[in-house]
Design a protein around this ligand. Structure first.
Ligand code: GDP
Ligand code: MG
Length: 597
Protein backbone atom coordinates (compact mmCIF):
# COMPACT_ATOMS: atom_id res chain seq x y z
CA UNK A 1 0.00 0.00 0.00
CA UNK A 2 1.14 3.51 -0.83
CA UNK A 3 2.06 5.67 2.17
CA UNK A 4 -0.67 8.18 1.30
CA UNK A 5 -3.25 5.41 1.70
CA UNK A 6 -2.17 4.33 5.19
CA UNK A 7 -3.35 5.70 8.53
CA UNK A 8 -1.90 4.42 11.81
CA UNK A 9 -3.86 5.36 14.91
CA UNK A 10 -4.58 4.56 18.56
CA UNK A 11 -7.61 5.16 20.68
CA UNK A 12 -6.92 6.84 24.01
CA UNK A 13 -9.51 7.17 26.75
CA UNK A 14 -10.21 6.97 30.43
CA UNK A 15 -11.31 3.49 31.48
CA UNK A 16 -14.95 2.69 30.66
CA UNK A 17 -15.35 5.60 28.28
CA UNK A 18 -15.86 3.16 25.39
CA UNK A 19 -12.50 2.51 23.76
CA UNK A 20 -13.01 -1.24 23.28
CA UNK A 21 -16.60 -0.80 22.11
CA UNK A 22 -15.48 1.74 19.51
CA UNK A 23 -12.64 -0.52 18.36
CA UNK A 24 -15.11 -3.36 17.88
CA UNK A 25 -17.42 -1.09 15.89
CA UNK A 26 -14.63 0.05 13.59
CA UNK A 27 -13.59 -3.55 12.98
CA UNK A 28 -17.17 -4.47 12.25
CA UNK A 29 -17.79 -1.47 9.98
CA UNK A 30 -14.80 -2.36 7.84
CA UNK A 31 -16.20 -5.83 7.38
CA UNK A 32 -13.17 -7.55 8.80
CA UNK A 33 -15.38 -9.76 10.91
CA UNK A 34 -18.75 -11.31 10.25
CA UNK A 35 -21.28 -10.35 12.90
CA UNK A 36 -21.57 -13.97 13.97
CA UNK A 37 -17.81 -14.19 14.62
CA UNK A 38 -17.86 -11.04 16.62
CA UNK A 39 -17.29 -11.81 20.24
CA UNK A 40 -17.86 -8.83 22.42
CA UNK A 41 -14.66 -6.83 22.78
CA UNK A 42 -12.46 -8.55 20.22
CA UNK A 43 -9.32 -6.91 21.37
CA UNK A 44 -9.48 -7.85 25.04
CA UNK A 45 -8.29 -11.40 24.62
CA UNK A 46 -7.52 -12.83 28.03
CA UNK A 47 -10.35 -13.88 30.34
CA UNK A 48 -9.18 -11.74 33.20
CA UNK A 49 -8.95 -8.71 30.96
CA UNK A 50 -12.45 -9.38 29.77
CA UNK A 51 -13.79 -9.74 33.28
CA UNK A 52 -12.06 -6.69 34.60
CA UNK A 53 -12.86 -4.80 31.44
CA UNK A 54 -9.29 -3.73 30.84
CA UNK A 55 -6.87 -4.27 28.02
CA UNK A 56 -3.37 -5.28 29.03
CA UNK A 57 -1.60 -6.44 25.93
CA UNK A 58 -1.35 -3.91 23.16
CA UNK A 59 -2.63 -5.40 19.92
CA UNK A 60 -2.97 -4.17 16.42
CA UNK A 61 -5.58 -4.70 13.75
CA UNK A 62 -5.42 -3.86 10.04
CA UNK A 63 -8.67 -2.65 8.49
CA UNK A 64 -9.56 -1.96 4.89
CA UNK A 65 -11.76 1.09 4.45
CA UNK A 66 -13.32 2.42 1.27
CA UNK A 67 -13.59 6.15 1.87
CA UNK A 68 -15.99 8.75 0.44
CA UNK A 69 -13.22 9.84 -1.98
CA UNK A 70 -13.56 6.42 -3.62
CA UNK A 71 -10.09 5.23 -2.52
CA UNK A 72 -9.35 2.26 -0.30
CA UNK A 73 -7.26 2.95 2.78
CA UNK A 74 -5.30 0.69 5.10
CA UNK A 75 -6.17 1.64 8.69
CA UNK A 76 -3.95 0.20 11.40
CA UNK A 77 -5.55 0.36 14.84
CA UNK A 78 -3.17 -0.05 17.73
CA UNK A 79 -4.94 -0.94 20.95
CA UNK A 80 -3.51 0.43 24.19
CA UNK A 81 -3.98 -0.64 27.81
CA UNK A 82 -6.34 1.47 29.88
CA UNK A 83 -4.93 1.38 33.39
CA UNK A 84 -2.43 3.65 35.13
CA UNK A 85 -0.09 0.75 35.86
CA UNK A 86 0.49 0.28 32.15
CA UNK A 87 1.30 3.84 31.12
CA UNK A 88 4.60 2.66 29.70
CA UNK A 89 2.88 0.29 27.31
CA UNK A 90 0.64 3.14 26.21
CA UNK A 91 3.55 5.33 25.22
CA UNK A 92 5.31 2.56 23.33
CA UNK A 93 2.16 1.82 21.33
CA UNK A 94 1.72 5.48 20.52
CA UNK A 95 5.22 5.69 19.08
CA UNK A 96 4.06 3.41 16.27
CA UNK A 97 1.23 5.73 15.15
CA UNK A 98 0.73 9.22 13.72
CA UNK A 99 -2.63 10.02 15.31
CA UNK A 100 -5.10 9.26 18.08
CA UNK A 101 -8.81 9.27 18.64
CA UNK A 102 -9.44 10.81 22.03
CA UNK A 103 -12.62 9.16 23.31
CA UNK A 104 -14.45 10.99 26.09
CA UNK A 105 -17.70 9.77 27.63
CA UNK A 106 -20.15 12.64 27.03
CA UNK A 107 -21.99 11.84 30.26
CA UNK A 108 -18.81 11.84 32.40
CA UNK A 109 -16.39 14.31 30.90
CA UNK A 110 -12.61 14.51 31.17
CA UNK A 111 -11.03 12.20 33.76
CA UNK A 112 -7.48 11.77 35.05
CA UNK A 113 -6.54 9.10 32.51
CA UNK A 114 -8.12 11.10 29.70
CA UNK A 115 -5.57 13.77 30.54
CA UNK A 116 -2.64 11.44 31.07
CA UNK A 117 -3.29 9.57 27.84
CA UNK A 118 -3.87 12.64 25.70
CA UNK A 119 -0.61 14.09 26.97
CA UNK A 120 1.18 10.87 26.00
CA UNK A 121 -0.38 11.19 22.54
CA UNK A 122 0.62 14.84 22.17
CA UNK A 123 4.14 13.98 23.39
CA UNK A 124 4.32 11.35 20.65
CA UNK A 125 3.57 14.12 18.12
CA UNK A 126 0.09 12.83 17.34
CA UNK A 127 -2.72 14.59 15.56
CA UNK A 128 -5.59 14.13 18.05
CA UNK A 129 -9.25 13.89 17.01
CA UNK A 130 -11.70 14.40 19.91
CA UNK A 131 -14.58 11.90 19.89
CA UNK A 132 -17.54 12.31 22.22
CA UNK A 133 -19.02 8.91 22.95
CA UNK A 134 -22.27 7.72 24.55
CA UNK A 135 -24.38 10.52 23.09
CA UNK A 136 -27.30 8.07 23.22
CA UNK A 137 -27.41 8.42 27.01
CA UNK A 138 -30.00 10.85 28.42
CA UNK A 139 -27.30 12.13 30.78
CA UNK A 140 -24.96 13.03 27.90
CA UNK A 141 -23.91 16.68 27.82
CA UNK A 142 -21.74 16.91 24.70
CA UNK A 143 -21.62 20.72 24.64
CA UNK A 144 -20.46 20.97 28.23
CA UNK A 145 -17.86 18.24 27.72
CA UNK A 146 -16.57 19.90 24.53
CA UNK A 147 -16.05 23.10 26.49
CA UNK A 148 -14.27 21.13 29.20
CA UNK A 149 -11.92 19.53 26.66
CA UNK A 150 -11.06 23.01 25.38
CA UNK A 151 -10.55 24.42 28.89
CA UNK A 152 -8.61 21.56 30.41
CA UNK A 153 -6.67 20.11 27.49
CA UNK A 154 -6.65 23.04 25.09
CA UNK A 155 -7.80 21.01 22.08
CA UNK A 156 -10.06 22.57 19.48
CA UNK A 157 -13.40 20.73 19.65
CA UNK A 158 -15.27 22.50 16.85
CA UNK A 159 -14.79 19.38 14.69
CA UNK A 160 -15.27 16.86 17.51
CA UNK A 161 -17.04 13.73 16.33
CA UNK A 162 -20.24 12.83 18.20
CA UNK A 163 -20.90 9.12 18.42
CA UNK A 164 -22.53 6.26 20.21
CA UNK A 165 -20.23 3.28 19.98
CA UNK A 166 -23.05 1.22 21.42
CA UNK A 167 -25.76 2.02 18.86
CA UNK A 168 -23.37 2.72 15.99
CA UNK A 169 -24.29 6.40 15.48
CA UNK A 170 -21.40 8.37 13.98
CA UNK A 171 -19.04 5.43 13.28
CA UNK A 172 -18.90 6.47 9.59
CA UNK A 173 -17.83 9.95 10.68
CA UNK A 174 -14.99 8.49 12.74
CA UNK A 175 -13.71 6.54 9.74
CA UNK A 176 -13.81 9.62 7.51
CA UNK A 177 -12.05 11.69 10.18
CA UNK A 178 -9.24 9.12 10.30
CA UNK A 179 -8.69 9.45 6.56
CA UNK A 180 -9.10 13.22 6.22
CA UNK A 181 -7.63 14.49 9.48
CA UNK A 182 -4.73 12.21 10.37
CA UNK A 183 -1.40 12.51 8.58
CA UNK A 184 -0.11 9.58 6.58
CA UNK A 185 3.13 7.89 7.69
CA UNK A 186 6.50 8.76 6.17
CA UNK A 187 9.21 6.34 5.08
CA UNK A 188 11.51 5.34 2.25
CA UNK A 189 11.40 1.83 0.79
CA UNK A 190 14.87 2.00 -0.75
CA UNK A 191 16.60 2.76 2.55
CA UNK A 192 18.00 -0.05 4.74
CA UNK A 193 15.33 -1.71 6.90
CA UNK A 194 14.38 0.04 10.12
CA UNK A 195 11.42 -1.50 11.95
CA UNK A 196 10.37 -0.52 15.45
CA UNK A 197 9.85 -3.53 17.73
CA UNK A 198 6.57 -2.57 19.40
CA UNK A 199 5.69 -5.75 21.24
CA UNK A 200 6.38 -9.47 21.38
CA UNK A 201 4.62 -12.43 22.90
CA UNK A 202 4.75 -16.19 22.94
CA UNK A 203 2.26 -18.21 20.93
CA UNK A 204 1.97 -21.96 21.40
CA UNK A 205 1.83 -22.60 17.61
CA UNK A 206 4.05 -19.92 16.13
CA UNK A 207 6.60 -19.37 18.90
CA UNK A 208 7.60 -15.79 19.61
CA UNK A 209 5.57 -13.30 17.56
CA UNK A 210 7.05 -9.86 17.02
CA UNK A 211 4.90 -6.84 16.32
CA UNK A 212 6.64 -4.16 14.25
CA UNK A 213 6.03 -0.82 12.64
CA UNK A 214 8.11 -0.42 9.47
CA UNK A 215 9.76 2.99 9.27
CA UNK A 216 12.10 2.49 6.30
CA UNK A 217 12.90 -0.39 3.96
CA UNK A 218 10.94 -3.60 3.44
CA UNK A 219 10.69 -6.66 5.70
CA UNK A 220 10.41 -9.86 3.66
CA UNK A 221 9.80 -13.51 4.32
CA UNK A 222 13.15 -15.36 4.24
CA UNK A 223 15.17 -12.22 4.95
CA UNK A 224 18.04 -12.39 7.45
CA UNK A 225 17.46 -9.70 10.06
CA UNK A 226 19.32 -8.37 13.05
CA UNK A 227 18.13 -6.74 16.27
CA UNK A 228 20.23 -3.63 16.68
CA UNK A 229 20.32 -3.52 20.51
CA UNK A 230 20.83 -7.20 21.23
CA UNK A 231 22.91 -7.88 18.10
CA UNK A 232 21.10 -11.22 17.61
CA UNK A 233 20.41 -12.31 14.03
CA UNK A 234 17.54 -14.47 12.72
CA UNK A 235 15.96 -15.71 9.53
CA UNK A 236 12.38 -14.48 9.04
CA UNK A 237 9.96 -17.47 8.78
CA UNK A 238 6.70 -15.67 8.27
CA UNK A 239 5.36 -12.14 7.85
CA UNK A 240 1.80 -10.92 8.16
CA UNK A 241 -0.80 -8.86 9.97
CA UNK A 242 -3.98 -9.22 12.06
CA UNK A 243 -7.50 -8.44 10.94
CA UNK A 244 -7.77 -9.55 13.92
CA UNK A 245 -7.36 -13.00 12.34
CA UNK A 246 -3.77 -13.82 11.42
CA UNK A 247 -3.16 -13.16 7.71
CA UNK A 248 0.15 -14.25 6.17
CA UNK A 249 1.75 -12.04 3.55
CA UNK A 250 5.12 -11.82 1.83
CA UNK A 251 6.31 -8.46 3.03
CA UNK A 252 5.67 -5.42 5.18
CA UNK A 253 6.37 -2.04 3.59
CA UNK A 254 7.14 1.45 4.97
CA UNK A 255 4.34 2.85 7.13
CA UNK A 256 2.79 -0.57 7.68
CA UNK A 257 2.30 -2.45 10.93
CA UNK A 258 2.37 -6.21 11.20
CA UNK A 259 4.17 -9.17 12.68
CA UNK A 260 6.91 -11.59 11.86
CA UNK A 261 8.24 -14.82 13.34
CA UNK A 262 11.83 -15.98 13.09
CA UNK A 263 12.31 -19.11 15.17
CA UNK A 264 12.92 -17.07 18.29
CA UNK A 265 12.63 -19.20 21.42
CA UNK A 266 12.13 -16.69 24.24
CA UNK A 267 10.41 -13.35 24.51
CA UNK A 268 13.38 -12.33 26.65
CA UNK A 269 15.53 -12.34 23.46
CA UNK A 270 13.42 -9.56 21.99
CA UNK A 271 13.65 -6.10 23.39
CA UNK A 272 10.65 -3.85 23.05
CA UNK A 273 11.77 -0.54 21.53
CA UNK A 274 14.65 -2.21 19.66
CA UNK A 275 15.18 -1.61 15.94
CA UNK A 276 15.00 -4.54 13.51
CA UNK A 277 17.32 -4.11 10.53
CA UNK A 278 18.72 -6.13 7.63
CA UNK A 279 21.66 -8.30 8.66
CA UNK A 280 23.72 -7.70 5.50
CA UNK A 281 22.70 -4.11 4.82
CA UNK A 282 22.09 -2.69 8.29
CA UNK A 283 20.78 0.81 9.00
CA UNK A 284 23.37 3.30 10.23
CA UNK A 285 21.34 4.28 13.27
CA UNK A 286 18.69 2.62 15.41
CA UNK A 287 15.31 4.36 15.79
CA UNK A 288 14.78 6.26 19.02
CA UNK A 289 13.80 3.55 21.53
CA UNK A 290 11.67 3.52 24.62
CA UNK A 291 12.59 3.78 28.23
CA UNK A 292 12.57 0.22 29.63
CA UNK A 293 9.67 -0.62 31.93
CA UNK A 294 10.97 -1.26 35.40
CA UNK A 295 8.96 -3.05 38.09
CA UNK A 296 8.18 -0.59 40.87
CA UNK A 297 6.37 -2.88 43.29
CA UNK A 298 7.84 -6.08 44.69
CA UNK A 299 6.35 -8.77 46.89
CA UNK A 300 6.97 -12.37 47.82
CA UNK A 301 4.79 -15.16 46.45
CA UNK A 302 4.91 -18.41 48.44
CA UNK A 303 2.96 -21.63 47.91
CA UNK A 304 0.73 -22.47 50.87
CA UNK A 305 1.63 -26.09 50.31
CA UNK A 306 5.41 -26.44 49.98
CA UNK A 307 4.85 -29.33 47.53
CA UNK A 308 3.57 -26.76 44.99
CA UNK A 309 6.95 -25.01 44.75
CA UNK A 310 7.96 -26.60 41.42
CA UNK A 311 4.53 -25.87 39.96
CA UNK A 312 4.81 -22.27 41.03
CA UNK A 313 8.23 -21.99 39.42
CA UNK A 314 6.99 -23.43 36.12
CA UNK A 315 3.90 -21.22 36.17
CA UNK A 316 5.93 -18.07 36.74
CA UNK A 317 8.20 -19.01 33.85
CA UNK A 318 5.14 -19.40 31.61
CA UNK A 319 3.68 -16.06 32.64
CA UNK A 320 6.99 -14.35 32.12
CA UNK A 321 7.10 -15.64 28.52
CA UNK A 322 4.25 -13.30 27.70
CA UNK A 323 4.93 -10.46 30.04
CA UNK A 324 8.43 -9.07 29.91
CA UNK A 325 7.60 -6.37 32.47
CA UNK A 326 7.02 -8.98 35.15
CA UNK A 327 10.17 -10.18 36.96
CA UNK A 328 10.94 -12.79 39.59
CA UNK A 329 13.80 -14.34 41.50
CA UNK A 330 13.92 -17.12 44.14
CA UNK A 331 13.42 -16.05 47.74
CA UNK A 332 13.63 -17.93 51.01
CA UNK A 333 11.73 -16.82 54.04
CA UNK A 334 12.26 -18.11 57.56
CA UNK A 335 8.52 -18.24 58.07
CA UNK A 336 7.22 -19.12 54.62
CA UNK A 337 9.91 -21.39 53.23
CA UNK A 338 10.78 -21.36 49.52
CA UNK A 339 9.09 -18.94 47.16
CA UNK A 340 9.78 -16.08 44.78
CA UNK A 341 10.32 -12.34 45.00
CA UNK A 342 8.31 -10.84 42.15
CA UNK A 343 8.37 -7.38 40.58
CA UNK A 344 5.35 -5.66 39.02
CA UNK A 345 4.48 -2.41 37.27
CA UNK A 346 1.94 -1.61 39.97
CA UNK A 347 -0.61 -3.10 42.29
CA UNK A 348 -3.13 -3.98 39.59
CA UNK A 349 -0.43 -5.85 37.70
CA UNK A 350 0.36 -7.72 40.93
CA UNK A 351 -3.29 -8.64 41.49
CA UNK A 352 -3.71 -9.82 37.91
CA UNK A 353 -0.68 -12.11 38.08
CA UNK A 354 -1.68 -13.45 41.47
CA UNK A 355 -5.19 -14.13 40.22
CA UNK A 356 -3.93 -15.89 37.10
CA UNK A 357 -1.65 -18.10 39.18
CA UNK A 358 -4.52 -19.08 41.43
CA UNK A 359 -7.08 -19.50 38.70
CA UNK A 360 -5.26 -20.75 35.61
CA UNK A 361 -2.51 -22.65 37.37
CA UNK A 362 -4.55 -23.74 40.37
CA UNK A 363 -2.08 -22.61 43.03
CA UNK A 364 -2.85 -21.45 46.57
CA UNK A 365 -0.47 -18.64 47.41
CA UNK A 366 0.53 -16.28 50.15
CA UNK A 367 1.40 -12.80 48.99
CA UNK A 368 3.65 -10.85 51.32
CA UNK A 369 3.50 -7.10 51.91
CA UNK A 370 4.19 -5.23 48.65
CA UNK A 371 7.23 -3.01 48.83
CA UNK A 372 8.70 -0.37 46.57
CA UNK A 373 12.38 -0.28 45.62
CA UNK A 374 14.45 1.76 48.11
CA UNK A 375 18.00 2.90 47.61
CA UNK A 376 20.17 2.18 50.60
CA UNK A 377 23.43 4.14 50.79
CA UNK A 378 25.86 2.37 53.10
CA UNK A 379 28.49 4.03 55.27
CA UNK A 380 31.20 2.36 53.12
CA UNK A 381 29.95 4.31 50.09
CA UNK A 382 28.10 1.43 48.38
CA UNK A 383 24.51 1.67 47.21
CA UNK A 384 22.06 -1.24 47.35
CA UNK A 385 18.60 -1.48 45.85
CA UNK A 386 16.27 -2.90 48.45
CA UNK A 387 13.38 -4.97 47.04
CA UNK A 388 12.54 -6.78 50.24
CA UNK A 389 12.25 -5.32 53.75
CA UNK A 390 13.71 -8.60 55.08
CA UNK A 391 17.03 -7.70 53.41
CA UNK A 392 17.36 -4.32 55.10
CA UNK A 393 20.96 -3.96 56.33
CA UNK A 394 21.78 -3.28 59.97
CA UNK A 395 20.93 0.41 60.63
CA UNK A 396 24.51 0.92 61.88
CA UNK A 397 25.76 0.25 58.32
CA UNK A 398 23.32 2.66 56.69
CA UNK A 399 24.37 6.20 55.91
CA UNK A 400 21.06 7.28 54.39
CA UNK A 401 18.16 5.95 52.32
CA UNK A 402 16.15 7.22 49.38
CA UNK A 403 12.61 6.40 48.34
CA UNK A 404 10.76 6.81 45.02
CA UNK A 405 8.19 9.59 44.59
CA UNK A 406 5.43 9.88 42.05
CA UNK A 407 3.63 12.78 40.44
CA UNK A 408 -0.09 12.12 40.77
CA UNK A 409 -2.98 13.84 39.00
CA UNK A 410 -6.37 13.54 40.65
CA UNK A 411 -9.63 14.80 39.17
CA UNK A 412 -12.59 15.03 41.50
CA UNK A 413 -15.96 16.82 41.75
CA UNK A 414 -15.73 19.86 44.04
CA UNK A 415 -17.77 18.43 46.86
CA UNK A 416 -15.24 15.64 47.49
CA UNK A 417 -12.13 17.78 47.19
CA UNK A 418 -11.71 18.31 50.97
CA UNK A 419 -11.31 14.63 51.91
CA UNK A 420 -9.07 14.05 48.88
CA UNK A 421 -6.67 16.80 49.95
CA UNK A 422 -6.68 15.39 53.49
CA UNK A 423 -5.85 11.94 52.15
CA UNK A 424 -2.92 13.32 50.14
CA UNK A 425 -1.60 15.22 53.15
CA UNK A 426 -1.91 12.14 55.39
CA UNK A 427 0.17 10.24 52.84
CA UNK A 428 2.96 12.84 53.02
CA UNK A 429 1.86 14.47 49.77
CA UNK A 430 3.14 17.84 48.56
CA UNK A 431 0.72 19.90 46.51
CA UNK A 432 2.08 21.00 43.14
CA UNK A 433 -1.04 22.45 41.57
CA UNK A 434 -4.77 22.86 42.16
CA UNK A 435 -7.06 24.10 39.38
CA UNK A 436 -10.74 24.03 38.54
CA UNK A 437 -12.58 23.22 35.32
CA UNK A 438 -16.35 23.46 35.58
CA UNK A 439 -17.37 21.77 38.81
CA UNK A 440 -14.32 19.53 38.87
CA UNK A 441 -11.02 20.14 40.56
CA UNK A 442 -7.68 18.90 39.33
CA UNK A 443 -5.08 18.38 42.03
CA UNK A 444 -1.49 17.56 41.20
CA UNK A 445 0.58 16.11 44.05
CA UNK A 446 3.97 14.64 44.62
CA UNK A 447 3.59 11.57 46.81
CA UNK A 448 5.95 8.89 48.09
CA UNK A 449 5.20 5.71 46.13
CA UNK A 450 5.19 3.58 49.28
CA UNK A 451 2.23 5.55 50.63
CA UNK A 452 0.28 4.96 47.43
CA UNK A 453 1.13 1.40 46.57
CA UNK A 454 -1.06 -0.29 48.99
CA UNK A 455 -4.54 1.11 49.16
CA UNK A 456 -4.43 4.74 48.06
CA UNK A 457 -6.56 4.07 45.02
CA UNK A 458 -9.21 2.19 47.02
CA UNK A 459 -9.32 4.94 49.62
CA UNK A 460 -9.60 7.61 46.97
CA UNK A 461 -12.51 5.80 45.36
CA UNK A 462 -14.32 5.32 48.65
CA UNK A 463 -13.97 8.90 49.92
CA UNK A 464 -15.16 10.27 46.58
CA UNK A 465 -17.93 7.67 46.10
CA UNK A 466 -16.17 6.48 43.01
CA UNK A 467 -16.04 9.89 41.32
CA UNK A 468 -12.34 10.66 41.68
CA UNK A 469 -9.98 9.51 38.97
CA UNK A 470 -6.26 9.08 39.37
CA UNK A 471 -3.15 8.78 37.29
CA UNK A 472 0.51 8.81 38.18
CA UNK A 473 4.02 8.63 36.84
CA UNK A 474 7.18 7.77 38.73
CA UNK A 475 9.02 11.01 39.35
CA UNK A 476 12.32 10.79 41.23
CA UNK A 477 14.15 9.39 44.23
CA UNK A 478 14.75 11.51 47.27
CA UNK A 479 16.29 11.10 50.68
CA UNK A 480 13.97 9.99 53.45
CA UNK A 481 14.08 8.84 57.05
CA UNK A 482 12.90 5.29 56.72
CA UNK A 483 12.77 2.50 59.26
CA UNK A 484 11.86 -1.16 59.18
CA UNK A 485 8.97 -2.26 61.36
CA UNK A 486 9.00 -5.96 62.32
CA UNK A 487 5.92 -7.85 63.40
CA UNK A 488 6.31 -10.55 66.04
CA UNK A 489 3.77 -13.23 66.74
CA UNK A 490 4.39 -14.93 70.08
CA UNK A 491 7.85 -13.34 70.09
CA UNK A 492 8.78 -14.82 66.70
CA UNK A 493 9.38 -12.32 63.89
CA UNK A 494 7.18 -12.98 60.86
CA UNK A 495 9.37 -11.66 58.06
CA UNK A 496 6.52 -11.73 55.56
CA UNK A 497 4.72 -9.05 57.54
CA UNK A 498 7.62 -6.66 58.06
CA UNK A 499 7.61 -3.40 56.14
CA UNK A 500 9.57 -0.22 55.56
CA UNK A 501 7.92 3.08 56.42
CA UNK A 502 8.71 6.72 57.11
CA UNK A 503 9.89 7.23 60.69
CA UNK A 504 7.08 9.66 61.47
CA UNK A 505 4.41 7.06 60.64
CA UNK A 506 6.17 3.98 61.97
CA UNK A 507 4.52 3.77 65.39
CA UNK A 508 0.98 4.43 64.27
CA UNK A 509 1.32 2.08 61.31
CA UNK A 510 2.74 -0.62 63.61
CA UNK A 511 -0.12 -0.12 66.06
CA UNK A 512 -2.70 -0.28 63.28
CA UNK A 513 -1.31 -3.54 61.98
CA UNK A 514 -1.29 -5.16 65.41
CA UNK A 515 -4.92 -4.16 65.92
CA UNK A 516 -5.92 -5.50 62.53
CA UNK A 517 -4.05 -8.78 63.04
CA UNK A 518 -5.87 -9.21 66.32
CA UNK A 519 -9.11 -9.33 64.34
CA UNK A 520 -7.71 -11.40 61.48
CA UNK A 521 -6.02 -14.20 63.42
CA UNK A 522 -8.57 -16.65 64.83
CA UNK A 523 -8.38 -17.46 68.54
CA UNK A 524 -6.40 -20.57 69.28
CA UNK A 525 -5.96 -22.87 72.26
CA UNK A 526 -3.43 -20.54 73.87
CA UNK A 527 -2.91 -16.81 74.21
CA UNK A 528 -1.21 -15.05 71.30
CA UNK A 529 0.88 -11.90 71.61
CA UNK A 530 1.22 -9.66 68.56
CA UNK A 531 3.93 -7.01 68.67
CA UNK A 532 5.41 -4.39 66.38
CA UNK A 533 9.08 -3.51 66.83
CA UNK A 534 11.49 -0.98 65.39
CA UNK A 535 14.96 -2.40 65.87
CA UNK A 536 14.84 -3.86 69.39
CA UNK A 537 12.13 -1.49 70.63
CA UNK A 538 8.54 -2.74 70.92
CA UNK A 539 6.19 0.03 69.79
CA UNK A 540 2.83 -1.74 69.89
CA UNK A 541 1.29 -4.82 71.44
CA UNK A 542 -2.03 -6.64 71.26
CA UNK A 543 -3.06 -10.02 72.55
CA UNK A 544 -5.60 -12.61 71.49
CA UNK A 545 -7.01 -14.55 74.40
CA UNK A 546 -7.08 -18.34 74.39
CA UNK A 547 -10.00 -20.32 73.10
CA UNK A 548 -11.56 -22.32 75.90
CA UNK A 549 -13.87 -24.80 74.25
CA UNK A 550 -13.16 -27.59 71.83
CA UNK A 551 -14.87 -26.96 68.46
CA UNK A 552 -16.67 -30.26 68.69
CA UNK A 553 -17.90 -29.74 72.23
CA UNK A 554 -21.24 -28.44 71.06
CA UNK A 555 -21.95 -31.70 69.25
CA UNK A 556 -22.66 -33.45 72.57
CA UNK A 557 -20.37 -36.25 71.51
CA UNK A 558 -23.36 -38.03 69.96
CA UNK A 559 -23.57 -37.35 66.26
CA UNK A 560 -20.39 -38.80 64.79
CA UNK A 561 -20.98 -37.71 61.20
CA UNK A 562 -21.72 -34.16 62.20
CA UNK A 563 -18.60 -34.13 64.33
CA UNK A 564 -16.54 -35.36 61.41
CA UNK A 565 -18.01 -32.75 59.10
CA UNK A 566 -17.03 -30.06 61.51
CA UNK A 567 -13.49 -31.36 61.72
CA UNK A 568 -13.27 -31.63 57.92
CA UNK A 569 -14.45 -28.08 57.63
CA UNK A 570 -11.76 -27.02 60.04
CA UNK A 571 -9.18 -28.90 58.00
CA UNK A 572 -10.39 -27.17 54.84
CA UNK A 573 -9.89 -23.83 56.57
CA UNK A 574 -6.39 -24.91 57.51
CA UNK A 575 -5.35 -25.19 53.89
CA UNK A 576 -5.62 -21.42 53.70
CA UNK A 577 -3.56 -20.99 56.90
CA UNK A 578 0.10 -20.88 57.55
CA UNK A 579 1.82 -22.11 60.67
CA UNK A 580 4.16 -19.74 62.50
CA UNK A 581 5.69 -21.57 65.41
CA UNK A 582 2.51 -22.81 67.02
CA UNK A 583 0.31 -20.03 65.64
CA UNK A 584 -1.79 -20.37 62.50
CA UNK A 585 -2.26 -17.24 60.42
CA UNK A 586 -4.86 -17.21 57.64
CA UNK A 587 -3.66 -16.26 54.19
CA UNK A 588 -6.07 -13.35 54.03
CA UNK A 589 -4.33 -11.70 56.98
CA UNK A 590 -1.13 -11.03 55.07
CA UNK A 591 -2.51 -8.46 52.70
CA UNK A 592 -5.44 -7.28 54.81
CA UNK A 593 -3.21 -6.44 57.78
CA UNK A 594 -1.40 -3.85 55.71
CA UNK A 595 -4.43 -1.89 54.57
CA UNK A 596 -4.08 1.40 56.31
CA UNK A 597 -7.14 2.44 58.28
P1 GDP B 1 -13.14 0.94 27.73
O1 GDP B 1 -12.80 0.67 29.16
O2 GDP B 1 -12.80 2.35 27.37
O3 GDP B 1 -12.59 -0.08 26.77
O4 GDP B 1 -14.74 0.90 27.66
P2 GDP B 1 -15.70 -0.19 27.07
O5 GDP B 1 -15.72 -0.16 25.58
O6 GDP B 1 -15.42 -1.49 27.72
O7 GDP B 1 -17.11 0.40 27.53
C1 GDP B 1 -17.42 0.58 28.89
C2 GDP B 1 -18.95 0.45 29.08
O8 GDP B 1 -19.61 1.51 28.40
C3 GDP B 1 -19.50 -0.84 28.52
O9 GDP B 1 -20.51 -1.29 29.40
C4 GDP B 1 -20.09 -0.42 27.17
O10 GDP B 1 -21.16 -1.24 26.78
C5 GDP B 1 -20.57 0.98 27.49
N1 GDP B 1 -20.58 1.83 26.28
C6 GDP B 1 -19.59 2.01 25.39
N2 GDP B 1 -19.97 2.88 24.42
C7 GDP B 1 -21.24 3.24 24.73
C8 GDP B 1 -22.19 4.14 24.12
O11 GDP B 1 -21.96 4.75 23.09
N3 GDP B 1 -23.37 4.28 24.76
C9 GDP B 1 -23.70 3.62 25.89
N4 GDP B 1 -24.89 3.82 26.44
N5 GDP B 1 -22.83 2.77 26.50
C10 GDP B 1 -21.62 2.59 25.92
MG1 MG C 1 -11.40 -1.76 27.09
Amino acid sequence: TKLSHIRNFSIVAHIDHGKSTLADRLIQACGAIEARDMKEQMLDSMDIERERGITIKAQTVRLEYKAKDGLTYQLNLMDTPGHVDFAYEVSRSLAACEGSLLVVDASQGVEAQTLANVYHALDAGHEVVPVLNKIDLPAAEPERVKQQIEDVIGLDTSDAVMISAKTGIGIDLVLEALVTRLPCPEGEENEPLQALLVDSWYDAYLGVIILVRIKNGVLRKGQKIRMMASGLAYQVDSVGYFTPKIIQSNELRPGEMGFFTAGIKAVADTKVGDTVTDDKKPAAEPLPGFKPSVPVVWCGLFPIDAADYEDLRDSLAKLRLNDASFQYEPETSAALGFGFRCGFLGLLHLEIIQERLEREFNLDLITTAPSVVYRVHLTNGDMQELHNPADMPDPARIDHMEEPWIKATIMVPDEYLGPVLTLCTDRRGQQVDLTYAGSRAMAVYKLPLNEVVFDFYDRLKSISRGYASFDYEVDSYSESELVKVSILVNAEPVDALSFVVHKANAESRGRGICQRLKELIPRQMFQIAIQAAIGGRIVARESISALRKDVTAKCYGGDASRKRKLLDKQKEGKKRMRQFGKVEIPQSAFLAALKMG
